[in-house]
Write a protein that binds this ligand. Structure first.
Ligand code: PEP
Ligand code: CO
Length: 465
């Protein structure tokens, strides 16, 4: 990166390339940290942080290295990334059924993509840590009352009263325990038989199976059955083929509340590497990706694979600085760039970024978040998104990558396994008037299981090119 670019964006004297010499798990505290709650009681915060620091890691260093290796295959154009889950996990909407149903949808989407497009899929959940939200406004006003914005259950509660909105550090510890329980069940499901390819039919939930998307999925599931029977008839010992019986499912969240991330950052005793053990992959959002800010400083020093969200106003220079800060060694799989431009903006905004990153020699994964650039408020006052806009953004995004010869590496979506009515459109044609029926998200509108499957068929077609 040219020095003048680094100076302009980071300010003179800031570290342009990679981890600063003085990096530590707490060095982010010397930088401006956007989107942090105003914790009202310093002692409470210290207590929560020291409690977290004494708890066992949720993930370990070797797992994060395995995910980096899997993402390196994506960067080479040999695999596809599916990153999906809640906008914000909820302390209330928590339980085995929710976790299982979300996993079912992701497994269905992954098998659809693998079968229809012939590429291996790296499955990463927005799960087991996705409890905090950046907000456009720091406060919310109703009548004469002004309160701290709802920042996710890791920080406060959405009810509009003084007590509920008070940032409570004990919630950091509750988030850890919910993440641990969620991860435990995910590991059991994905390694203990539930993800076995002979169960593809069981991932089709009843309300999905009776729909046109569900029937389309059933046809794929039947063909997979036939392929498995064929292989067995040829004398292949399917029982000993581990990859048919279990799968890897990785966790990810936005590394937003830095006290939580710091407290769970540990040094690998074998290598001395620093690992953020709160999840496998961490990302910085559109509102916290300042190259000289606290979030980028924090992620620059941990070995986890990391990602950055890029909105329509980002410049090629900014992206070059972010790449230099977060991927100085140019390690395949280390850095994923998730663009979220909005339908209609991709053809102009994306090519200069791809070209700049290519010039700088960073082997990044390019992923598309077609959700966050397409959010609007419906007439009834609910935040929503149209499936049509989501597919349009994806189509434009694939088009740019095809044109430039870069690999369209993945999609990043907000979904739930539940039968909600939060996004418009899809085969069931959810209309604005239907939104109120089953609108349960703690933050942004999510695709329901049918819409998610619908989207997987579209992405598979785009991938096949
Ligand atoms: C999100 O992923 O929920 C989010 C807030 O995204 P972005 O940072 O891209 O706005
Ligand atoms: Co969101």
């Amino acid at each position: 990166m040219p020095d003048d670019v680094a100076d302009e964006i980071l300010g003179p004297g800031a570290d342009g390339e990679g981890t600063s010499a003085s990096w530590s798990a707490s060095s982010w505290r010397r930088r401006a940290a956007a989107q942090q709650p105003q914790w009202p009681d310093e002692e409470e915060l210290k207590h929560a942080v020291s409690t977290l620091a004494a708890l066992p890691p949720l993930v370990i260093a070797s797992e994060t290295r395995s995910l980096t290796a899997a993402l390196a295959a994506v960067a080479r154009g040999e695999a596809f990334l599916l990153q999906a889950g809640d906008c914000a996990e909820s302390f209330r909407e928590f339980g085995a059924d929710h976790i299982r149903d979300k996993l079912k949808v992701v497994l269905q989407m992954a098998v659809t993509l693998t079968y229809a497009a012939g590429v291996p899929v790296v499955k990463v959940g927005r799960i087991a840590g996705q409890f905090a939200k950046p907000r456009t406004a720091a406060v919310e006003r109703v009548g004469d009352l002004e309160l701290e914005a709802f920042r996710g259950h890791m920080v406060n509660d959405e009810a509009f009263d003084v007590q509920a909105r008070r940032p409570d550090p004990a919630r950091l510890v509750s988030a850890y325990h919910q993440a641990a329980a969620t991860l435990n069940l995910l590991r059991a499901f994905t390694k203990g038989g539930f993800a076995d390819l002979s169960h593809v039919h069981k991932w089709n939930q009843e309300f999905v199976a009776s729909s046109s998307e569900g029937r389309r999925y059933e046809r794929i599931a039947k063909e997979i059955d036939r392929a498995l029977r064929f292989m067995a008839a040829c004398g292949i010992d399917l029982q000993s083929e581990e990859s048919l019986h279990e799968t890897d499912f990785w966790t990810s969240h936005e590394a937003l509340i830095l006290h939580y991330e710091e407290a769970l950052t540990r040094q690998d005793s074998l290598t001395g590497d620093w690992v953020d053990t709160s999840g496998h992959l961490l990302w910085v959002g559109e509102r916290t990706r300042q190259p000289d800010g606290a979030h980028v400083e924090f992620l620059s020093g941990v070995i986890n694979p990391v990602a950055v969200k890029l909105g329509p106003t980002v410049t090629p220079d900014e992206v070059a600085v972010l790449c230099a800060r977060l991927d100085p060694e140019r390690t395949p799989g280390r850095l994923t760039l998730i663009t979220r431009m909005g339908a209609g903006s991709v053809a102009d905004a994306l090519p200069p970024l791809v070209e700049r990153v290519r010039e700088a020699g960073h082997p990044v994964v390019w992923a598309c978040d077609p959700m966050h650039g397409n959010t609007f408020t419906s007439e009834g006052g609910r935040k929503t998104r149209r499936l049509g806009d989501i597919v349009s953004e994806l189509r434009e995004w694939f088009g740019v990558h095809r044109e430039l010869g870069s690999w369209p590496g993945g999609v990043h979506v907000e979904l739930t396994g539940d039968d909600v009515t939060e996004c418009l459109g899809g085969a069931e044609e959810i209309m604005e008037g239907d939104l109120a029926q089953r609108y349960t998200t703690a933050c942004d509108p999510r695709l329901n299981a049918r819409q998610s499957l619908d989207l997987a068929f579209d992405v598979a077609e785009l991938l096949r090119g």
